[in-house]
Design a protein around this ligand. Structure first.
Ligand SMILES: Nc1ncnc2c1ncn2[C@@H]1O[C@H](COP(=O)(O)OP(=O)(O)OP(=O)(O)O)[C@@H](O)[C@H]1O
Length: 268
């Protein structure tokens, strides 16, 4: 479904994503994990076409993002980590706007709006202004919008932010159903390891812009030597760094040269 080849992103001199290769199969829940600043959001935003790579290629469902970004984006739904929605619209108006972006016929938009508002327990709120919604309701509305056109690929950055326990359960079940029953590919980044453990068929772990491990939870357990470990133990083991590695990363971040002889302090 998604192929990344030597995907690279620099912000100025800083490398956020470092020539990664990745294949995400159809019909799976695929998790992207990694510590803060690892490059997860940057990678997902490049896949959705919101950020332009410095180099490398992205193919979505056979469409090359560089050559035909409209075709690649037309099969993709995106749920960002923060629900940016225009407060002065009603839920109906917001969903109609999304349907229009995907060129959906009005009848289809009306049908899907009803289904989505029902699914995300917002049925009575269709005519209400979004400004009256709580954070969690806004997040659920963003989910409804992203799924409205039935995308083949759903990209989700930190899905659990702002959702209550009932919302967590709804979303976890939904991801599994979408992937395993409808065949949608769900590509998600999360810090909630219990979510990844429960729903992801495959996982990649990113650190400093590189993929440092990939596979099923069992394969990651073997790789990390944590044979019976939880994903948290596996994650901590795989991302643990020596003092030198940490110092080097900080020095690179601030454009300094790292000199190990200086006890890990970067020199300007
Ligand atoms: N617009 C930007 N300009 C400069 N640096 C940026 C920009 N956006 C991100 N970065 C840097 O790129 C690196 C990767 O950021 P990114 O947001 O992709 O990480 P992440 O893995 O999603 O982190 P988190 O888990 O904290 O959300 C970080 O060091 C970040 O500071």
């Amino acid at each position: 479904m998604v192929q990344l080849r030597k995907l690279h992103k620099k912000y100025g001199e800083f490398t956020a994503v470092d020539h990664i290769d990745l294949d995400v199969p159809y019909g799976q829940v695929f998790g992207v994990l990694g510590p803060n600043g690892a490059g997860k959001t940057t990678t997902l935003r490049m896949i959705t076409g919101l950020l332009k790579p410095t180099s490398g290629s992205i193919t979505i469902d056979g469409h090359d993002m560089g050559e035909d970004s409209v075709a690649a984006k037309s099969v993709t739904g995106f749920i960002p980590d923060r629900p940016y929605v225009y407060d002065k619209l009603t839920a109906f108006e917001y969903l109609k706007f999304i349907g229009g972006l995907y060129n959906m016929p009005s009848k289809r938009i009306a049908e899907r709006m009803r289904e989505m508002l029902e699914l995300f327990e917002l049925r009575e709120w269709g005519d209400s202004l979004i400004e009256s919604f709580s954070h969690g309701m806004k997040q659920r509305l963003v989910f409804a919008g992203a799924l409205l056109p039935k995308p083949r690929l759903l990209v989700v950055d930190e899905p659990m932010v702002g959702l209550d326990p009932k919302g967590h359960r709804l979303i976890k079940n939904l991801f599994k159903e979408l992937a395993h029953e409808i065949g949608m590919t769900v590509l998600l980044s999360t810090h909630t390891l219990e979510v990844a453990e429960e729903v992801c068929d495959n996982i990649v772990i990113i650190n400093h812009g590189n993929i440092i491990a990939r596979g099923t939870l069992n394969e990651l357990r073997t790789e990390s030597g944590e044979d019976d470990g939880s994903l948290e133990q596996v994650f901590l083991r795989l991302t643990e760094e020596s003092k030198e590695e940490r110092a080097q990363a900080v020095a690179e971040r601030f454009g300094h040269e790292y000199d190990a002889s200086e006890d890990g302090r970067g020199t300007p």
